[in-house]
Write a protein that binds this ligand. Structure first.
Ligand SMILES: CC(C)(COP(=O)(O)OP(=O)(O)OC[C@H]1O[C@@H](n2cnc3c(N)ncnc32)[C@H](O)[C@@H]1OP(=O)(O)O)[C@@H](O)C(=O)NCCC(=O)NCCS
Length: 138
């Protein structure tokens, strides 16, 4: 469990969700943001690697990083990504060596600032738009 105080009015804490991600919960209980994913033994994100969970996989495929629109622009996505890498994965999934995700073109900067590198355009789309694969070696 990680505690975070954003300002005088909002106390936040992360809560492990079973074994597949983490969430930011407000008080009283409400979901403010979450990060979830699955494991894969593949070296690349494909529809198959995103839809097949391999418990022995060393790549954590991030399916979604999402923050409630009312709380965006406050650094919460960046904070979840950092907490996931530094505090969550080493304890719960120490075998994981890389994490990967698909994002939109205008989100590449966000994930680069969290330590990801751009792999390139992906076959997997985000909505109707071209998706971009990002990867981080841990
Ligand atoms: C993408 C998302 C998670 C960002 O959440 P957030 O809490 O507002 O992001 P942060 O405040 O942590 O932003 C961190 C940095 O990324 C930048 N950033 C945030 N959202 C961005 C976006 N959509 N496009 C470009 N840059 C963005 C911020 O300006 C900030 O930059 P800085 O560190 O230089 O100030 C949020 O907009 C969301 O939930 N979107 C819908 C789901 C989604 O598209 N998820 C991503 C793919 S899985």
């Amino acid at each position: 469990m990680v505690a975070m105080k954003l300002d005088g009015n909002l106390n936040l804490r992360t809560s492990p969700l079973a074994s597949d991600g983490l969430a930011i919960l407000g008080r009283p209980a409400s979901l403010i943001g979450y990060l979830c994913g699955s494991l894969s033994a593949a070296g690349k994100l494909t529809h198959e690697s995103m839809h097949t969970h391999d418990p022995q996989g060393e790549m954590y495929c991030i399916h979604s990083v999402c923050v409630d629109p009312a709380y965006r622009g406050m650094g919460l996505a960046k904070w979840m990504l950092d907490a996931h890498r530094q505090q969550w994965l080493p304890v719960l999934l120490p075998r994981v060596k890389t994490r990967s995700l698909i994002c939109k073109q205008d989100q590449i900067g966000l994930f680069m600032s969290a330590g990801f590198e751009l792999v390139g355009p992906s076959d997997i789309k985000r909505g109707k738009r071209q998706g971009y694969e990002m990867r981080q070696v841990l």
